[in-house]
Design a protein around this ligand. Structure first.
Ligand code: UDP
Length: 355
């Protein structure tokens, strides 16, 4: 498979409304670089001429995600945990820009491994922030739209209130940990002058995202292609806005490059709303297959006491004003790209990372 060219990268940037100004090539660290968003970001940074160190424990990331970058002369892949201060410090040597994406992700992961997830998302982020401070590197910290919890306002802005359920409900532990990560990043920026920027992605999707940990689009697509029922959890009336990963990635780079964005938080997402019930219909139509759509009670899907957010719609005016963020891919484009990936046989060779 051919690698994305610099020309395509520039075109992607232009489509995302982001200028082509940018840094001279430098060394970047991508934690979670073998994950879904991290692997796309890694390719993009390499195409811009940067040197990239990927630090990943390969818990939910995979060697296959990095197949397109395998053997690249400016790529180093380190297998290790973000909670291991020595490995983080070594990976940070000579690095000017850190994209901290490594985290325990996916509702199924958070519910089944709550304590491990908390350790990764709290200790890991603190370890990476501290190493960035020691190294004088700027850092982007990936938070999540989950921090808004059950706030159903249409057009959530960064200043809106968080509405969370009991801290004893595992689902909210992810939002709690990510909110503390934000506070840590902000405090490192304020008290230690670290060039830190925080982003809250809203349901980022696209090729390479796996349904194993709960994400709905790859689950519906693989269910439809396998001729299995599409499992709509709850009533199906809950609303989300899905944003293509290739619209999000250039914004991550532009925000970290822009010093006036440091010390601030930015929503990143699409404003195209869809209910999960309608999403199931659209996946069925887009695949041209006729799997049944079944409703599964939340309790059966996630266990007792599960609380879902009924609507999550971002206002991305701040990111638009700051770096021209303006997603160009529609939900139809997203479904087409995910269906194409799931329909194509995998021929790529995974990157080889020593154990
Ligand atoms: N969902 C669903 N069927 C599935 C997986 C998820 O109906 O097989 C629902 C889930 O309950 C939520 C929405 O789809 O209401 C989006 O789930 P996802 O885990 O992708 O992201 P979330 O917005 O919950 O972080």
């Amino acid at each position: 498979m051919s690698r994305t060219t610099n020309l395509e990268t520039a075109e992607m940037q232009r489509k995302a409304g982001i200028s082509e100004k940018g840094w001279a090539p430098m060394k970047c660290l991508v934690t979670g670089g073998a994950g879904f968003i991290g692997s796309h970001l890694t390719e993009y940074l390499l195409d811009l001429g940067h040197e990239v160190v990927v630090l990943d424990d390969f818990s939910t990331g995979s060697e296959l995600n990095l197949a397109r970058s395998a053997g690249h002369e400016r790529l180093t892949v380190v297998r290790g945990s973000i909670c291991d201060a020595d490995i983080v410090k070594r990976s940070m040597a000579g690095v000017g820009a850190v994209y901290h994406l490594a985290a325990a992700v996916g509702v199924f992961t958070i519910l089944s491994k709550t304590l491990d997830s908390l350790h990764t998302n709290l200790r890991g982020t603190e370890t990476v922030l501290e190493a960035a401070r020691e190294n004088g590197a700027r850092i982007l910290v990936a938070s999540t739209s989950e921090v808004y919890g059950k706030n159903t306002k249409i057009g959530l802005t960064e200043e809106d209130d968080r509405v969370l359920g009991s801290p004893l409900k595992s689902r909210w532990s992810y939002a709690e940990a990510k909110a503390l990560d934000e506070t840590l990043a902000y405090t490192y920026a304020m008290e230690h002058s670290v060039g830190a920027v925080i982003v809250r992605p809203f349901n980022t999707v696209g090729p390479r995202q796996t349904g194993t940990y709960g994400m709905v689009i790859p689950r519906f697509v693989s269910q439809a292609l396998a001729g299995e029922p599409l499992t709509v959890f709850g009533s199906g009336e809950q609303i989300r806005c899905f944003c293509h990963v290739l619209d999000v990635v250039p914004a991550l780079i532009a925000l970290l490059e822009d010093e006036t964005a440091h010390g601030k938080v930015f929503n990143l997402g699409s404003s195209e709303q869809v209910s999960i019930g309608e999403l199931a219909e659209r996946v069925r139509t887009a695949t041209g297959l006729v799997s049944p759509i079944v409703q599964v009670p939340y309790e059966q899907a996630y266990g007792p006491g599960y609380e879902d957010m009924q609507r999550r719609v971002p206002d991305c005016g701040r990111a638009r004003a700051q770096v021209g963020f303006s997603p160009s891919r529609s939900l139809d484009d997203i479904l087409a790209s995910v269906i194409a990936e799931h329909s194509a046989p995998t021929t790529a060779e995974p990157v080889c990372v020593p154990r």
